[in-house]
Design a protein around this ligand. Structure first.
Ligand code: NI
Length: 132
């Protein structure tokens, strides 16, 4: 590895609080392997996986609260749990944990984020940890 690159890497891992390069490298490799399982062209469409979804929406707009709850019931095999927080009189934040075959989880998560009226949506493409 070029010296300049290694120096930058050492500064990065110190800033992130790693004890040594090995720890940091292990995390980078694991992250790359998890990311790879989510690549659409990968042969892992049926792989058991986990995703965490965060959405913020106005529950009074277009009956959105009801629609989003209805959509989650439609994916009852994938939705493991959800946490609902009333942020103010209108806005809600939900954290939804999904598990199941990769493409089913992806479809459920992306469908919820794409629901009209959702103001913020972020999907964390995670893993069951198996094999890492
Ligand atoms: Ni609410």
């Amino acid at each position: 590895m070029p010296d300049g690159l290694l120096e930058q890497f050492d500064r990065l891992i110190e800033a992130k609080g790693y004890d040594n390069r090995s720890e940091a490298l292990r995390d980078l490799v694991r992250q790359a392997l998890v990311d790879q399982t989510w690549v659409p062209a990968g042969g892992t469409a049926d792989r058991d996986t986990v995703a965490v979804l965060v959405i913020v929406y106005d529950h009074e707009e277009r009956e959105l609260g009801r629609k989003l709850t209805h959509a989650q019931h439609g994916h009852v095999g994938s939705v493991l749990s959800s946490l609902h927080i009333h942020l103010d009189e209108r806005h809600c934040l939900e954290v939804i944990v999904l598990r199941g075959p990769r493409d089913a989880v992806r479809q459920a998560a992306e469908g919820l984020v794409a629901t009209r009226g959702v103001k913020f949506g972020r999907i964390v493409r995670a893993t069951t940890g198996e094999g890492l």
